[in-house]
Design a binder for this molecule. Structure first.
Ligand code: AMP
Ligand code: ZN
Length: 469
C-alpha cells in the first residue's frame, strides 16, 4: 500500500509500527456549527483510507476527537473560543451547542456511509491528561508560563517546521487574519498549551490547575487524545491541508517533546473543496451543508460519489452543475446494477473475480486512486465475460470500500420490466453495430426515442434516459 506522506513529501510504502494493528488518528470537528461539505470531503477521504487499509488486510484502530473547547477563532491561538461564539449566536450554553452539533455530525456520517471511528473522544473529557502532559513539558523545559498562560517554546526544538518544509512565509496564517500578536510569547510561533488569561473573560468551561483556572489549547487536545488511546507510536494522522500548520506542526512538537522520541510516521492530508468564490468558510454566513443538499433533493451518496471521482490530494471545485453530473452518473449506475439484480445467473467465476478484485485493490493501493477504482467498477458492469452473479459479487465486494449503497437502493425507482426491454434493445443495437449494420442500429435508437427513451453512448457503455412527460 502506497501513501503520500506530507512529512517526507513523497509517496511511500506504508509499513505500520505493529503489523497487527494500524493506529490511525483523524482530527474531528469543532462542534460550534454544522460541518460544511468541505469538512465532509475530508471525512470521506479518511473513511476511504480506513476501509482500504482493512480491504488490503490490516486491522485498524481509529480515534477521533470532538473539539468542544479551546479552538479559537484563529488557528494561531488568538481570538475568541469558537464554541463560546457559537453559544452566543444561538443563545445557548456551550454544552448545548456541543451536544447539538455533535449529533448533527453523526447524522452526516451516517448519511454519507462514513464508518464512525472506534473511539470518539470529546476534548473536555480528558483535561487531566492534558495537564499531565503540560507538567511533563514544563519539567523537561519545553514549556513556560507567561502572562497567566502556559506556552510551548518552539526554540527548544531542532526542527519545529519539519512538516511544513520550512516554508515559513506561507505559515503566518493567524497573523494575516487580522488578529493581534500575543505579547506574552517568547517566539511568535510559540503556542498556548493552557489558557487562564484571555481578553474574553466569559469563557464558559474552565478547570482548576496549578497553572491557574483555565482551559486547554486546541493542539494539546489531539496529541493528548491520540497518545491516551493509541499509545506512543502512531501510524497515520489525517486531516485537511489547513491542519498542516499550525495544528499538526504543533501536535508533532508537543507530542515528541513529551514522549522523547518520534511519534507519527505518516501524515496524510486531504485537499480542500472550494466553491466558486474560493475557500469554504462557516463565518461567511450561509454555507453548504449536507442537509442543504438533501433539501434540494440530492441523495448524500451522490456527494460521496462526487468526491470519489477525483483524487483526495487535488483541489475540487463544488458547483451544482458538477453535482448534477455526479447525480446522473449515480442514477445510471444504480439502474444498471438493478438490472443485474433482476437477471442473476451463473455461479462465481473465481479466477475472474480475483482478477478484478486485484485490479480494484491495485488502484486503491496507489495512494487511494478512487477515480480509477470506479473505472474498474464500470468495467465489471459492462464486461461481456463476467456473468451477472460474479458481477454482483464484485460490486458487493468493492462497495465495502466505496460505500455507495450500490446494492441497497430501492428497486421501485425503476420499472424492472421496461428496463429489461431497453437492455435487450441496447444489446440488439450493439450487435448491429458490430455487424456494421448502422441502419438497423440507428433504427433501434430512433424507435426508442419515439417512446421517449434516449440512448447515450458513454465511457461506461450505453445508458438511457427516460423523457419526463
Ligand atoms: P474543523 O471543524 O474546522 O476543525 O474542520 C474539520 C476538518 O475539515 C479538518 O480536518 C479540516 O482540515 C477540514 N477542512 C476544513 N475546510 C475544508 C475544506 N474546504 N475542504 C476540505 N476539508 C476541509
Ligand atoms: Zn486535531
Amino acid at each position: 500500500m502506497k501513501l503520500y506522506n506530507t512529512l517526507t513529501r513523497q509517496i511511500e510504502e506504508f509499513i505500520p509500527h505493529d503489523p497487527n494493528e494500524v493506529k490511525m488518528y483523524t482530527c474531528g470537528p469543532t462542534v460550534y456549527h454544522y460541518a460544511h461539505i468541505g469538512n465532509l470531503r475530508s471525512y470521506i477521504f479518511e473513511d476511504i483510507l480506513e476501509k482500504t487499509l482493512k480491504y488490503v488486510g490490516y486491522s485498524v484502530n481509529r480515534v477521533m476527537n470532538i473539539t468542544d473547547v479551546g479552538h479559537l477563532s484563529s488557528d494561531s491561538d488568538s481570538g475568541e473560543d469558537k464554541m463560546v461564539k457559537g453559544a452566543k449566536r444561538e443563545h445557548k450554553t456551550v454544552l448545548e451547542i456541543a451536544d447539538f452539533y455533535t449529533q448533527a455530525f453523526f447524522h452526516d456520517l451516517e448519511d454519507l456511509h462514513i464508518k464512525k471511528p472506534d473511539t470518539i473522544c470529546k476534548a473536555t473529557s480528558i483535561v487531566d491528561f492534558y495537564l499531565h502532559m503540560i507538567d511533563v513539558l514544563m519539567e523537561k523545559g519545553y514549556a513556560y508560563q507567561s502572562g497567566g498562560n502556559v506556552y510551548f517554546d518552539i526554540s527548544k526544538l531542532d526542527d519545529y517546521y519539519q512538516l511544513t518544509n520550512h516554508k515559513i512565509d506561507d505559515m503566518v496564517v493567524g497573523v494575516r487574519e487580522g488578529v493581534e500578536e500575543d505579547s506574552f510569547k517568547k517566539n511568535q510561533a510559540d503556542f498556548a498549551l493552557w489558557f487562564t488569561k484571555s481578553k474574553f473573560d466569559d469563557q464558559e468551561l474552565k478547570w482548576e490547575s496549578k497553572y491557574g483556572t483555565g482551559y486547554p489549547g486546541w493542539h494539546i487536545e489531539c496529541s493528548g487524545i491520540s497518545i491516551k488511546y493509541l499509545g506512543e507510536y502512531l501510524d497515520i494522522h489525517c486531516g485537511g491541508v489547513d491542519n498542516i500548520f499550525p495544528h499538526h506542526t504543533n501536535e508533532i512538537a508537543q507530542s515528541e517533546a513529551y514522549l522523547g522520541h518520534p511519534w507519527c510516521r505518516y501524515w496524510c492530508h486531504g485537499e480542500h473543496l472550494n466553491d466558486s468564490t474560493g475557500k469554504m468558510s462557516k463565518s461567511k454566513g450561509e454555507f453548504l451543508t449536507l442537509s442543504l443538499l438533501k433539501e434540494k433533493g440530492y441523495n448524500p451518496l451522490v456527494y460521496r460519489l462526487f468526491c470519489l471521482e477525483s483524487h483526495y490530494r487535488k483541489q475540487l471545485v463544488f458547483s451544482f452543475d458538477n453535482l448534477d453530473r455526479a447525480a446522473s452518473t449515480y442514477e445510471k449506475l444504480i439502474r444498471r446494477i438493478q438490472h443485474l439484480q433482476a437477471n442473476v445467473s451463473g455461479t462465481l467465476q473465481t479466477d475472474l473475480f480475483q482478477q478484478y478484485q486485484n485490479q480494484f485493490q491495485m488502484q486503491l493501493e496507489q495512494d487511494l486512486n478512487t477515480a480509477n477504482a470506479l473505472t474498474v467498477l464500470y468495467d465489471v458492469i459492462k464486461s461481456e465475460t463476467l456473468n451477472t452473479y460474479t458481477k454482483l459479487a464484485l460490486i458487493e465486494n468493492f462497495d465495502t470500500v466505496l460505500s455507495l449503497g450500490l446494492l441497497e437502493q430501492k428497486a421501485d425507482t425503476i420499472d424492472v420490466q421496461q428496463d429489461a426491454y431497453i437492455q435487450t434493445k441496447i444489446q440488439e443495437r450493439n450487435q448491429a453495430k458490430q455487424n456494421k449494420d448502422y441502419v438497423l442500429a440507428d433504427q433501434i435508437r430512433d424507435d426508442l426515442l419515439k417512446m421517449g427513451i434516449l440512448l447515450k453512448d458513454t465511457r461506461e457503455g450505453t445508458v438511457y434516459e427516460i423523457e419526463k412527460r
